[in-house]
Design a protein around this ligand. Sequence first.
Ligand code: FES
Length: 416
Amino acid sequence: MSRSSDPEEGTGTTPTLAGELDDEAVLLAGHGSRREKSNEQVRTLAAALEERLGVPVDAGFLELAEPSIPEAIAGLAASVSQVTVVHLSLFAASHVKNDVPLAINRARSRHDIEINNGSHLGIHPALVDLLDDRAETVEADLGVDREDDDVAAVLCARGSSDPDANADVHKLARLLDEGREFTSVHPTFIGVTEPTLDETLHTVAKQRPDAVVVLPYMLGDGVLTGRIRDGADDFDAEYPYVDAAAGDPLGTDSRLLDVLGDRWQAARTDSVEMSCDTCKYKVELDGYEEDVGGARAMLRALNHQAEHADRENVDDDPHVHDAPEKHVAVCTNQTCAADGAPAVLERLRQAERDSEACDARITRSSCLGRCGEGPIVAVYPDGVWYGDLDPDDADSIVSSHLDRDRIVSELVDQTL
Ligand code: FES
């Protein structure tokens, strides 16, 4: 089941005509976290996906981080006429089914561009492959080998109030089991639903395997992954006759790009497939009868959005979105892109995040009419254009111009 990381293979239907992609971009929609490291991971994946697909890819967040999804779409709408939203979500639950589509619908009413909505990461052979590798790493650390020893695997996901999402965890566990030499593979959850990790580990102990490999099915290394690791360590201490340890989360593994590329291609060609047959909003599942029709979900999503709108009026809330002091437009059109504009854009954004003094909004722009002199960066309202930039110049623009209002004269292309 091994998959190539070759871009053409990873996104099986990657367009062959470069011209087809000139006028479109991708928004990678992440959840957002108070841990900046998790947000950085989304941005890292966005940058890698941009390189893989050959189209501009920006990161946007549902909550707790900036830019928000509407802000990110607005930024992209200035330079392209088609944006495809790709969800960096493992399973389809309320954010994928309600919150992001609501944000997209609002954006559609505000911008005269085509906005495609993609699906979540879901079940994909590249992800099974990735889990297999994570398991092998833990086995090597424990000094066991599934071909010679009894090794059980426990796949631990977050847990959801959507049965469809939980069922996908079971399917993933089964796919990991098929054709491999594990003694057994068990799906489990760290919260919201059952069986819990603790329950599953105690059940597995009764089979007396030589080792238990716990696989956190999480994107980032956050609080829940820490809990899974603690659970594995506690189990290891409690059962001296079974070795146990937890592996790493999915992180920024390149196989995620294979899946995101496929999801992008499906969305931009109008061939997204969602599991409507078992969606609690479409069919009456026992215990979820009140969810059919989606009215409750819509209300919850609207409340969620309203809460964020309210917070924008509260001082010292992390979601405050006052108009920034400066707007920085980075031309990412063809010629500037070929001259290195994406790296300059990334560096500007990174330096802006690292700076305590900088209050700027940094977006892409379409051609600024200085082709061949780029990458071109325009700073407003000052009307200062910088040209022929490299990524190190981005640091100077932030530390000097944006932080202290001192124009970096040696980089100026023109002033308006
Ligand atoms: S492509 Fe950047 S100015 Fe034309």
